[in-house]
Design a protein around this ligand. Structure first.
Ligand code: ZN
Length: 569
């Protein structure tokens, strides 16, 4: 321990380091939204050694300038802390357009046009694959059947709706799929009213014959694709992302980028295990791997441990509290109106896996999309909370789209956070309203209810496919996500449950300090405060006062990451 007098003699040195004297960079004459506890707005910041060393009014901060200080006059422009997307899939997204750009497939006609174009350049008899598209995002709100794909009669065609595929008539024929073909284990061949296969194959893609696997990417291509995607994120205003599901491959790629000084932004990894594997293997892996929450540094570290509870609402497999009902047949090609979706594993197994990770010290998380999955995840949190408190682990639910007031109260009581994505509301709510009705959508993405209950919510996109920040699946432009959170507007212009709107200040917190909290980084960053890592974005309009619909049009004009200017327009 230091003697009190020794400490006193150290003080001038310490304040010298932390003061702005001879700062590397000063930004002044701005409107700087610090997102500190009081949501203070200041004029200037000074940065030195990658950290904010002074935050306040112009006079105080400029007094700290030295001979080598770079000084930027913001001329009134608005500054926000470096933005964070709590949940993206950068490797998948980076690879998705690495070889060629993806088409926009938002209607049956767009799908047919894509097939026509491909048919012109594909030798007869060879497969045409329609890239992934979700029925909830098609103008018709109807899962395509084989007739839609029959614009090609001399090519077998398969449309990828993830877990569900659709085949055209020729593809069914050459695969020998008829009205008498039995369903594969856990899969389904969907039939029309005459008993003929209508082309929709659920978990039954393996029945299709002659599909060639895509040429695999080399490790070097994967590294470049990942770097590219992270750079695109940075250009959109993000200084940090949470990778929503990493395995050994992604971990190695991130570590390589970091070792080579090529990591464009900060990354917090959620380690994902496939819970369909044997329980003993999963437990052994959790116990033996050196990974756990918050190991690493503020450039690259581990966040949470994740398994999947249920499927997705875009394809009708999210595990709900209530059946999907009659519109589920049209939208998802469902044959059983009582179907509630899919819980991927028995509850007891999911609980045992989470228990092993809880004992290892992990923050726990799960893909839990439907209400049924949400309730079961909270059952698991309550069970584990009796063994060791859950709240300090900052465990959270991913998506948690179909909430209820009861579940939100349980989250608050347990200290469980939400890791939620605005894009599901923007892109999918119009279709989901037809399935579940206004009543069933009352607590869909319920930001107001979370915040009023005192539940911390981290914002993000679940970006997975496509490079364009506004057109990707899902759009990862953080200002788009913020705009949706504030307005609750959808792609069709409707407003969903406006009583769940939140303020601009709250939406900004979701993409900064609350996301940082979920990543155990709130002490280091997430707000513009003295001593914190210097990440910020200068934007082209006044976030707090611009017309509401302009929020989504906000463009970054300058970014500082770790104290360094990464771009300046
Ligand atoms: Zn995801």
């Amino acid at each position: 321990m230091l003697h009190p007098l020794r400490l006193l003699t150290c003080l001038p040195l310490l304040t010298g380091l932390l003061s702005g004297a001879d700062a590397d960079l000063i930004l002044h004459n701005g409107k700087i939204l610090t997102v500190d506890a009081k949501f203070s707005i200041v004029q200037a910041v000074a940065i030195k050694g990658g950290r904010f060393v002074a935050v306040g009014d112009d006079r105080t901060v400029l007094a700290e300038r030295g001979s080598r200080t770079k000084v930027v006059n913001l001329r009134g422009q608005t500054v926000v802390p470096g933005l964070m997307d709590s949940h993206v899939h950068p490797l998948e997204g980076g690879l998705s357009e690495f070889r060629e750009p993806l088409p926009v497939l938002d209607s049956h006609e767009a799908i047919r046009n894509y097939i026509r174009e491909q048919a012109k350049k594909t030798p007869k008899g060879q497969w045409i694959i329609v890239p992934r598209t979700f029925p909830t995002r098609l103008k018709e709100l109807r899962m395509p059947t084989r007739e839609v794909l029959d614009v090609a009669t001399e090519h077998p065609v398969m449309l990828d709706a993830s877990y569900v595929v659709v085949a055209n008539t020729l593809a069914l024929k050459i695969s020998g799929i008829t009205r008498n073909t039995p369903n594969p284990p856990r899969g389904e061949i969907v039939h029309d009213e005459h008993g003929e296969p209508n082309g929709i194959l659920k978990n039954a893609q393996s029945l299709l014959k002659g599909l060639k696997p895509a040429v695999p990417f080399t490790p070097e291509e994967k590294l470049r694709a990942l770097e590219k995607m992270l750079s695109l994120y940075r250009a959109s205003g993000l200084t940090c992302i949470g990778d929503g599901a990493v395995g050994e491959e992604e971990i190695a790629l991130f570590e390589k980028l970091k070792a080579q000084g090529r990591l464009p932004i900060r990354v917090v990894m959620t380690w994902w295990n496939d819970a369909s594997r044997p329980l003993a293997d999963l437990k052994r892996e959790v116990e033996s791997k050196p990974y756990t929450t918050n190991t690493g540094d503020e450039w690259l570290k581990f966040g949470a441990y994740k398994i999947n509870f249920d499927g997705g609402m875009t394809i009708g497999t999210a595990y709900q509290r209530h059946p999907y009902g009659p519109f589920g047949r049209q939208l998802y090609g469902k044959t059983n109106p009582d179907d509630r979706g899919q819980l991927f594993q028995p509850y007891d197994k999911l609980l045992d896996v989470l228990r092993a990770a809880h004992r290892k010290g992990w923050a726990l998380t799960a893909h839990a999309q439907g209400g049924g999955a949400i309730d079961l995840f909270l059952d698991a949190m309550e069970a584990l909370n009796r063994e060791r408190p859950i709240a300090p682990s900052r465990s959270h639910m991913i998506h948690a789209s179909f909430q209820s007031p009861e579940a939100i109260q349980r989250m608050k009581k347990l200290g469980v956070l939400g890791d939620v994505q605005a894009a599901w509301l923007y892109c999918d709510a119009p279709a989901l309203e037809k399935v579940f009705g206004a009543q069933g959508m009352r607590y869909f993405f319920p930001l107001r209810s979370y915040i009023d209950a005192g539940v911390i919510v981290a914002g993000g996109s679940d970006h997975m496919i496509g490079w364009d920040r506004n057109r990707a699946i899902n759009p990862y432009n953080p200002f788009h996500g913020i705009w949706v959170s504030v307005t609750r507007k959808t792609v069709r212009g409707s407003v969903v449950q406006p009583q769940e709107r939140i303020s601009r200040e709250e939406a900004l917190k979701m993409y900064t300090i609350w996301a940082a909290y979920r990543m155990f980084s709130d002490k280091a960053r997430g707000s513009i405060e003295r001593g914190k890592l210097a990440d910020l974005v200068v934007i082209d309009r006044d976030y707090l006062t611009c017309p509401e619909d302009d929020i989504t049009k906000i463009e970054p004009v300058m970014m500082v990451l770790d104290g360094k200017v990464t771009f300046q327009r």
